[in-house]
Design a protein around this ligand. Structure first.
Ligand SMILES: [Zn+2]
Length: 253
């Protein structure tokens, strides 16, 4: 009896080998569960926004780590992510060699704190790079379970439309996509501003058709678009300040 007698040799101890069934359940937490539900049901990423510091976090969480207050504002985002950091590994989690290197990365989203660590795939592009815009490739809705593996991998956003019309160096492909997005948003802001384009109407409409076809603008057109963008911004500012000063003027007069 080991309890009553002191063992002088380990071999004197009687022992047997068996197994004890132990089961652990780790919950994803309240916000973590909502994040997973949104991913499973709608294929989108849920974020939380702090009402005090206005920070937004991915994945959704219950408390703001800076303000220590509950974040009740949760909403899905559909903007693309970008590669913040990545590495390639040649071994799996068990330490066994993989057939091909696996690339994992931290994907972050513009204006959102936190990120998602997941597999990265090159997709159609030739190589991955920091800052590259990526979008998740998800399992079919019927196969999703609410696990993080509902995301198969993140893939670079295809820049096929711009690479069709322009011969560019492979490393520049993303740059072209970025320019295209910028042109699109500039055009949008000009149209939104209500700036009277008048004599520039012809130019605007030719830019509009080029941008909508995903064609690359010439340097001249790009400059023009930026100039119009600046004018539109000035216009917007002027409209805003006049609408702010008018009531005050009326009151004092
Ligand atoms: Zn906060």
């Amino acid at each position: 009896m080991p309890i009553l007698e002191k063992l002088t040799q380990q071999s004197q101890a009687r022992h047997w080998t068996d197994s004890i069934p132990l089961e652990f359940h780790y919950t994803a937490g309240v916000a973590g569960e909502e994040f997973r539900r949104e991913l499973r049901d709608n294929g989108r990423f849920l974020v939380s926004k702090c009402s005090k510091c206005k920070s937004t976090y991915i994945p959704a969480r219950m408390y703001c780590p800076s303000c220590f207050i509950e974040m009740k504002d949760q909403f899905p985002i559909d903007k693309p992510g970008y590669v913040y950091s990545f590495t390639s590994v040649n071994r799996d989690r068990a330490g066994a060699d993989t057939e091909l290197p696996i690339t994992v990365g931290l994907v972050k989203f513009e204006g959102v704190k936190g990120g998602i660590v997941h597999l990265l795939e090159k997709g159609d592009s030739d190589r991955l790079s920091i800052g590259m815009k990526v979008t998740p490739s998800l399992k079919n809705p019927s196969e999703r379970t609410g696990a993080i593996t509902d995301i198969l991998a993140f893939k670079p956003i295809s820049t096929e439309s711009s690479s069709k019309t322009v011969e560019v160096g492979k490393a520049e492909r993303w740059e072209v996509g970025a320019g295209e997005n910028q042109a699109r948003s500039l055009l949008h802001s000009i149209e939104e501003s209500g700036y009277p384009v008048e004599e520039d109407e012809m130019t605007i409409s030719s830019l509009r058709s080029k941008i909508s076809k995903g064609e690359l603008l010439t340097r001249e057109e790009d400059r023009l678009l930026h100039r119009l963008g600046d004018k539109a911004r000035e216009w917007r500012k002027a409209v805003k300040s006049s609408s702010e000063t008018e009531p005050a003027d009326t009151l004092s007069g």
